[in-house]
Write a protein that binds this ligand. Structure first.
Ligand code: XIL
Length: 363
């Protein structure tokens, strides 16, 4: 009887140890070390991570990542909610966290059609404003935000998601009011605001839709033909268990790199639900729309590990062109999509996908 109780106690201790916080994992390899010679390895951070509200997540970031992106706090709506009011406190905390930990800090994002208040496009009477007024507002916003973090934020996602799936420019309010050169103007202002900052164009489905990728190539060529600075293109890479396939991902990396810019994977996650819309438009994708009751099953997690391994083997093959790989989130519980799409589970523990990714570097 006593022996049985001792065995049960030992088993309980073992379970507690297995589910304990990150302290258990100090002996594991770190992502930033295993990929140190290949590319920066990053994560998008939410407010809780940088403000001591999620210390276990912060510990993972400090241990594994060399680059950080603001998941939300630098978008127009949170940082500039009203015409004459900026709310810098959350973004300041994000930047302070990156500086303290000597990380490469990426600002996301200056010009986008989502998470931008409607006042930006309206006058005091609620009517649409014209091109010159909108350009003035764009310039003022970019100068204020980029100017504040000059020298600290090393790279900016200047324009986000300007392309439709067919490779043409989306008919957003930026495009409709200003015209096609809203992209060039945004890059021009960002460069004026911080001449040393790297400037990127960022979009989703470049890795799956050839025409959309060709549209991004055209954007880079257009900016370069005007003598404007562009340093890189971000392939967001919100993937799934069976996409992108290797060939289309390699097409995107090589086509973009051929324009002379750096290629970065900027928002990596792999959704476990295998049906439904594949893009990453935030009007169509969120935790509810992608949730998956079988996400944490062994079989699904093995598939996730295989897909991550395949993607990382492509990144490594193209490491001279791929300069950073950033995950969109730190661990499953706070991912913007449902299921179990990242390398760390809801208890902050590394999953099979983590070990599969590490193995690609060691091979
Ligand atoms: C997402 C954030 O992760 C969510 O928290 C937010 O509610 C919506 O936006 N493409 C992008 C990111 O460029 O900014 C989006 O982030 C995900 C898709």
């Amino acid at each position: 009887m006593k022996l049985q109780r001792a065995t049960i106690n030992a088993a309980l201790c073992f379970i507690v140890l297995l589910t304990a916080g990150p302290a258990c994992c100090d002996s594991q390899p770190t992502l930033k070390d295993v990929f140190a010679k290949d590319f920066l390895i990053g994560a998008a951070l939410n407010n809780a991570v940088v403000s001591d509200k999620d210390p276990n997540a912060a510990a993972i970031v400090q241990r594994h990542f060399s680059a950080i992106t603001a998941e939300n706090v630098m978008k127009w709506a949170p940082i500039h909610p009203e015409p004459n009011r900026y709310d810098f406190a959350p973004a300041d905390r994000f930047v302070a966290f990156g500086e303290k930990n000597k990380m490469f800090i990426i600002g996301h994002t200056l010009v986008w059609h989502h998470q931008t208040p409607s006042w930006v496009f309206k006058d005091a009477n609620g009517s649409d404003i014209g091109r010159e007024v909108l350009l003035e507002r764009m310039k003022d916003h970019i100068f204020t935000v980029v100017g504040r973090y000059k020298g600290k934020v090393k790279g900016w996602d200047v324009v986000n998601e300007a392309l439709a799936e067919d490779g043409r420019l989306r008919k957003t309010r930026w495009m409709n009011i200003i015209g096609e050169d809203f992209i060039a103007k945004a890059f021009e202002y960002a460069h004026q605001a911080d001449p040393d900052a790297e400037l990127y164009y960022n979009d989703f489905s470049l890795d799956t839709e050839k025409e959309k990728c060709d549209g991004a190539v055209a954007i880079v060529k257009n900016l370069k033909s005007k003598g404007l600075r562009i340093d890189g293109v971000g392939i967001q890479l919100h993937g799934g268990l069976d996409y992108p396939d290797k060939e289309s991902l390699e097409y995107a990396i090589t086509a973009l790199a051929a324009t002379g810019v750096k290629v970065m994977i900027t928002e990596l996650d792999i959704r476990t639900r295998s049906w439904g819309y594949r893009g990453a438009d935030i009007n169509r994708i969120n935790r509810q729309s992608t949730t998956d009751s079988g996400a944490a099953d062994d079989e699904t997690q093995q598939k996730l590990a295989q897909k991550y391994a395949e993607l990382f083997s492509v990144f490594l093959k193209h490491k001279t062109d791929v300069n950073r790989v950033t995950f969109w989130g730190v661990y499953d519980a706070t991912s913007w999509i449902g299921g179990s799409p990242l390398l760390f589970d809801r208890n902050y523990q590394p999953k099979p996908a983590f070990f599969a990714v590490v193995k690609t570097a060691q091979e």
